[in-house]
Write a protein that binds this ligand. Structure first.
Ligand code: ASP
Ligand code: MG
Length: 402
């Protein structure tokens, strides 16, 4: 069993969808059972969000955009679905677009776009792309099934960034795929709340869908098909000599994906790592390239350092003072205070003298964090044991991973 995921650019246009169909067909021929997870057609999720925003402020131009994305989907049907089957597929896709139109009209009338409605709105991208690719394969004579992920992946009701209920989800997935003999096409990114409402796994979440399914089925491998050759040693827009890494460990990949290398959605690595399922990143637009494999096989390489990545625009907050030296519990109080206010910290250091603790934060949190820390250490500051907090702005974090 193999799980393949194709991203938005891979299913973005007729030509690339042809390549995707070829990759899926090759796997079917090799008798390797597979589950295919798809993203929305490139750019469609953003367009859905934009249309929703426009509708909510009574800007009727969303209707023009709706026609445009409708044609974009129809073009795929016209080009890739066998003529005999086209009218039925057009009719089904039209039904989905009618539902989308009604939803947008609803947003327009009530002039409000809640995060809950936004998730429902965004779900149309994956539902459309996956259904259409399913029909393309079917009209090529393949034995395929369409799976709406909302039937198998359940989450909490944290719309926009829902948390997966793994106990239920794993059970649903193994039940669903138990006697399944066909190739399944599953909508990425979307899931359902306990009340059966549509949720999403966070932007870029289709990668995560693939990993969740692969882990539940103990798949042999995961392939993430995207539009770059794999994970690179650095951001090629910043570092001219960056190159693609042939292999990397889960932990290294997690670090690199958190520190700005946007090739893979970071939560994706966890389910794969837990089950030790190798995950490779491959390029739909460069089939000859072997890509990057993420696994626990720590292959010996000439590079002890695997990559350099960076986060631009962070603020540094410095807590320092002579009264901190040798006193236990200062950092405990500092981070507990921040945690109580749900502040997330990007990087922490403490000088070996214990004279200062530095933390890096998103600049939008820096002011509030300063207030929280000053409140926590009010007494120490009044007696000059701890100095006033200083925020240093406009910094970047550079991280060396290896
Ligand atoms: N279509 C969703 C997004 O653009 C999910 C994905 O592509 O992974 O965020
Ligand atoms: Mg993606």
């Amino acid at each position: 069993m193999k799980v393949l995921k194709f991203g938005g650019t891979s299913v973005g246009q007729v030509e690339s969808i042809k390549t995707v169909l070829g990759i899926i067909k090759n796997n079917i021929d090799s008798k390797q059972k597979q589950v295919i997870v798809l993203s929305a057609m490139g750019g469609v999720t953003n367009i859905l969000v934009e249309m929703g925003k426009k509708a909510s402020i009574s800007d009727e131009t969303y209707k023009i955009t709706l026609n445009l994305i409708e044609s974009k989907h129809y073009e795929v049907i016209t080009s890739l679905v066998e003529i005999k089957a086209q009218s039925k597929v057009f009719a089904n896709v039209k039904l989905i677009f009618n539902e989308l139109e009604d939803l947008l009209n609803g947003i327009y009338l009530i002039r409000e776009l809640s995060i809950r409605t936004l998730d429902l709105l965004m779900s149309f991208g994956e539902r459309l792309s996956t259904y259409i690719v399913f029909e393309c394969l079917k009209s090529m004579g393949e034995n395929v099934e369409f799976v709406d992920a909302r039937k198998i992946i359940t989450t909490d009701s944290n719309f926009g960034y829902a948390k997966v209920n793994f106990k239920e989800t794993n059970q649903n997935i193994s039940d669903h795929f138990k006697d399944n003999k066909s190739t399944s096409l599953v909508t990425g990114f979307i899931a359902a709340s306990p009340e059966n409402e549509t949720t999403t796994l966070g932007r870029g979440g289709s990668d995560y869908t693939a990993s969740i399914i692969a882990a539940a089925l103990s798949a042999e491998e995961i392939e993430i098909w995207t539009d770059v050759d794999g994970m690179m040693t650095a951001d090629p827009r910043i570092v001219e000599k960056a190159f693609t890494l042939p292999s990397i460990s889960y932990i290294e990949a997690m670090e690199l994906s958190h520190f700005g290398a946007k090739v893979i959605y970071p939560p994706t690595l966890q389910p794969a790592f837990a089950k030790k399922i190798p995950l490779s990143i491959k390029n739909t637009f460069n089939l000859a390239h072997p890509g990057t494999t993420v696994s626990d096989k720590n292959k010996k390489t000439d590079f002890p350092i695997k990559g350099i990545s960076s986060i631009p625009n962070v603020s540094l907050i410095n807590l320092h003072g002579s009264g901190m030296v040798g006193v236990a519990g200062v950092s405990g109080r500092l981070f507990s205070a921040l945690a109580r206010h749900k502040m997330s910290v990007i990087l922490i250091t403490q000088a070996s003298s214990e004279h200062s603790i530095c933390l890096a934060l998103d600049p939008k949190d820096a002011k509030e964090a300063t207030r929280i820390i000053e409140e926590e250490f009010e007494n120490e500051m009044a007696s000059k044991k701890i100095d006033k907090i200083v925020e240093i702005k406009d910094l970047s974090i550079i991280s060396i991973v290896g």
